[in-house]
Unconditional design. Structure first.
Length: 163
């Protein structure tokens, strides 16, 4: 956990640079796949004025029957691209889950002494974000997930509104 915290702090320090075009400070978006592992509703906030460093937190579900709670959170930085309203989105985060997640399945632990019902998944992300004139946000991202089961590639699609 100390290594993760140090890496997050170092990345934040490196990325604190002033940008010419700053997107709106707040964004609410729906995500399919991505950080929450299945679906989620998220809130993203710009951390410091005149930067593109953001914090996001949300609530979502994993699985269909039954559905398990997930809580994704993390930080991301928007790197300016050659187009005025397009960004490369680079981030790191974690997702709390009530299910033991392995890609597209829930691990069934047969050991009767196994009582853990709280799980953590590390999530990295790199994606492309587009903002429209009406402050709509679209994003597609590659979000590999790391947990005690495995490292597996994953993708996400987000759509939301900036304000």
């Amino acid at each position: 956990m100390k290594k993760f915290s140090f890496t997050l702090y170092a990345a934040a320090c490196i990325l604190f640079v002033n940008g010419q075009t700053i997107p709106k400070s707040n964004t609410v978006y729906f995500e399919l796949g991505g950080n929450a592992l299945f679906t989620s509703l998220n809130y993203e906030r710009q951390l410091l004025k005149n930067t593109r460093l953001n914090f996001h937190i949300g609530t979502g579900i994993y699985g269909m029957n039954p559905a398990y709670l997930t809580i994704p959170f993390g930080v991301n930085y928007l790197f300016k691209s050659n187009y005025p309203t397009s960004y490369i989105d680079l981030g790191v985060g974690a997702t709390y889950s009530k299910a033991d997640v392995k890609l597209y399945e829930i691990v069934d632990n047969k050991n009767p002494n196994y009582k853990n019902t709280n799980y953590w998944n590390g999530v990295l992300s790199i994606g492309y974000r587009k903002l429209t004139k009406r402050n709509l946000m679209y994003r597609i991202s590659f979000t590999p997930v790391i947990n005690h089961n495995d490292f597996f590639p994953f993708f996400g699609f987000s759509i939301g509104k900036s304000f």
